[in-house]
Design a protein around this ligand. Sequence first.
Ligand code: HEM
Length: 512
Amino acid sequence: MLTNFQDVANQFKSFDGTAHSGHINSGGIRDLYDEKFLLWKKRRVPFIKPIPIFGNMFDVCRWETTIGEFCQSVYEKTSEPFIGFFILDEPCLLVNDLDLIKNILIKDFEYFLNRTMANNDKTDGVGSNILFLMKTPKWTNVRRKMTPAFSSGKLKLMLKLMLEGGEQLVEYLNEMTKHNRILEAREICAKFTTNTITSTSFGLEANCFNEENSPFRVVARRLYNWKMTWHAIQTTCFFLAPKLVKLFRMQFIDTFSSNFFRNVFWKTMNERMHQKLIRNDLLDILIEMRKQDEVEDVDTLEGDILVAQAAQFFIAGFETTSSTMSFALLELAQRPDIQTKLRKEITDTKKLHGSFSYESLQAMEYLENTILETLRKYPIVPFLDRRCTKRYKIPGHDLVLEKGDMIYVPTMGIHNDPNYYPNPKQFDPDRFNKRNLEKRHNMTYLPFGDGPRNCIGKRFALLNAKSGLAHLLSNYEVRICDRTEKHMKLDPRGFLLQPDKGIYLEFIKTKE
Ligand code: HEM
């Protein structure tokens, strides 16, 4: 129970001079906002003083900072289990306590079925049908149908396509380093993941290493290009201003990209069914699923829902995985000792197993820990969010959440908390060895979220990143160079954690 309300108030007085104890200066805030802005005070929850129109999102709206960084800064300035803030005029609760987070994500999931993001099915046929944006009850059905596509058996079959991508990556580096050893790691990793994800989802060759403007790479660049201002505004609104999304008929996936995905999907699907080809990719799984649904005479996925399931591999998968790989390369370039140890594990394990395979990649524990530590330091999705879907009393506190209330979890704050990760700026894969893992609460690590709404592609992403890094590091050493940014700044326009500029590194062929 929040008995020390005034203490909390005092603590927050120093919070950029804007934090508040719970009483609002009516002179400072227009009447229009009074009712909503008084909500946390009425519920006796400490909160950060909002300003009209923007609530606490002034800096986020003018792209000075990201929601992830905002949540982190609030987390770092309070020891309260939860604290109120406002996204424009909407009250939100930032939950910091690990047991409460566990309740919301896992134990009491039935009260928090959806994310807070907008969903506009009127004009956003593909975007509104990806699982990330979908709401219950539609989400429940599609998630259940899509889960088997990510089973170990299916992943093993898809790995062959990922390994081919790894070989293409090395060939590309061999060619590029003949001319210049300084290369931009983000673009290289994005080419790799665009190739492997196109191959595993749409069953096609994206050809990004040979064709600078391959159609898949062009669409991929559009999806995460926040320099396109209207695109950045629309995406920001999906997170911050759902009402504007409906009003201005905004799209999460623009018409050009949606049409591209529809055309490619139906063309390939029809060819595949006609020629009865088997490629062990997502299309095969979707064809099989439809056949099975026909036999069992149950509703099957149709139209844009089906297209969206292939497109979401691409949308949710290529940028997240490629950013993880390029952040890992940056850290390894700064820590040659870790890089050497990792390369030894990769080459020794490959020798032992005879090749890169599902089994050999699974056996590379230090590689796995390097990727996990990368995602600790750089959680690509830096916060989690849920919308309360029915009245919920927070256990151990007086607070009752109402249907519609928005909950945020400060992933980046937790991942950088020295109480859980001593010296958090230091990159240390050993934080994830078994002994150290057992010491921590499992909610201290949330790069893929948790509970029934966690990342469905987690194991796929880890396998793809492992394959890419194993190929690259067994053939190349990466070093920092004059063009490597000393203090990397994050791109404040995106909702994912992305560097504002490129990651330039020197790639040197290893002797073996
Ligand atoms: C390193 C790479 C990745 C990271 C860090 C990542 C992270 C996340 C996070 C944090 C969430 C939200 C989880 C939650 O709210 O509890 C999420 C959701 C999701 N991810 Fe990933 N992801 C990655 C790769 C992928 C890949 C490769 C795919 C598909 C092949 C994918 C598909 C999805 C989908 C569909 C959702 C929404 C799930 C739902 O609402 O049911 N992700 N991801």
